[in-house]
Each structure stands twice: as C-alpha cells, then as structure tokens.
Write a protein that binds this ligand. Structure first.
Ligand SMILES: [Zn+2]
Length: 228
C-alpha cells in the first residue's frame, strides 16, 4: 500500500488516501493512471500530487482518447534523476509515450498543448523520445515559472512536502512529512540556513532552494528520511 497525499489548491487542503499498486490514482479518470504507473521507478511508499495535476491528466487522456503509457512521473528529491528543481519531485509531472510511435507522441503533445491545462509542455525538440508535461502552478523563487516557489510558515502543498523531504534527508528533522510549513519546519530550515551560511530567516527563497537542491538531489535514502 502507498500513502498518497493530494493537495487541492482551491481549498488549500491536503487529502490523504491509501492505495494498492494496481489501484487508480486518486482523482484520476477510470483506470487510465494506476499507482504503479505514477510511481515509475520510485521506491517510495508515499506519494504526492495535486487535484489540478490529476484533472489535467484526465482532460489530456479523454481528449487523446487512447491509452497514454507513463514511463515516469513521481520521484522524491533524494532519488534524483531530473535536475535540481524538477516538477517530478512535486508529483505534478509526467513523461509519457516512450513506447509509442513518433506520430503518436506528436498527437499527445498537440493534445496537451492545445488543451492549455498544463503549466508547461516541453517542446518535442528537447525530448524527442517522450512527451513531458507538468501542472506547475507557482512562480519560482529564482524568477520565472520554473523551479520551486518561495515558502514560509503557513505555506501548504506539494512544494512544502519537497522542502520537508529534503530537510529530513539532510538530517534536519521537520518531525512530520505533511506538506504544512509549521513551526517544526521553520526551526529545521533556520538551523539548515545557519549551518550553511545563508540568511537565517526561516524562508525558503532562491538561495536556500539552490543550496538545498544542490545538496540533496540524488543523494539517496538516508537514515533521517521520513516515510509517514
Ligand atoms: Zn520530465
């Protein structure tokens, strides 16, 4: 069984569900996206995503009208594999169509792009053998629409989960992996900032994210990782 946390930006709440590997992902349509497909190669027992990412998936799958094989979706930041500020760690990204033909990938790309439900659809020139789309919804702390947003006490959602996950993996306990930036997360972040010569303001901004990501991406499971 996997624990799946789903953030709803409309209500600013996180809903938790438990699912087996062959169950559909929460909020996904029919059996178009199973837990094991969303997992990909991740070995995690806990996942997270957003209602908006699932809605974007549903719209894409319905409009395309045929199976869309998912090669890769979720990965925890310490598992790495997709750069320093990947939306795959946030649980809102999909890499699909690896086993399909070029014309099928073109059709999926056009469908995803035309629907306008994704925050980003990667040009096929950048990923010729798969289609990447993601439902990012925040402005990056370092500017632009990529990367992770500035987080502070009170921030709720999948980006907060990534921050907590990273801090715990680096040995700075947030006590819970719950997606809610509370006092324990702030204390852990301030300690991390002090130890790394960053301004100890308890806010995850551009410099703090850069440092944390550079340190944690791909380091692998550590004894301080939390699996709730
Ligand atoms: Zn991707």
């Amino acid at each position: 069984m996997a624990k799946i946390m789903v953030y709803d930006p409309d209500t600013n709440q996180i809903y938790t569900e438990w699912r087996a590997e062959n169950d559909p992902m929460p909020y996904s349509y029919g059996r178009t996206l199973l837990v094991r497909e969303f997992r990909g190669s991740s070995r995690s027992t806990v996942f997270w995503t957003t209602t908006t990412a699932m809605e974007a998936w549903n719209a894409t799958r319905r409009t395309y009208g045929a199976a869309i094989p998912v090669g890769y979706a979720f990965k925890r930041i310490w598992e790495g594999g997709h750069g320093l500020q990947s939306q795959h760690y946030v649980g809102v990204s999909f890499d699909v169509g690896q086993r399909l033909s070029q014309s099928q990938r073109n059709q999926i790309w056009r469908t995803a792009n035309n629907l306008g439900v994704w925050g980003y659809v990667e040009p096929l020139s950048m990923t010729p053998t798969w289609v990447h789309f993601d439902r990012r919804y925040a402005r990056g702390a370092c500017g632009g629409t990529s990367g992770f947003p500035t987080l502070r006490e009170g921030s709720v959602g999948c980006y907060t989960l990534v921050l907590q996950d990273a801090l715990n993996a680096l040995g700075y306990s947030t006590r819970w992996l719950d997606g809610k930036f509370g006092n324990a997360t702030r204390t852990a972040l301030i300690q991390y900032q002090r130890d790394n010569g960053l301004g100890a303001d308890g806010i995850a901004g551009c410099q703090t994210w850069r440092r944390i990501a550079a340190e944690v991406v791909g380091i692998g499971r550590t004894p301080t990782v939390i699996d709730p």
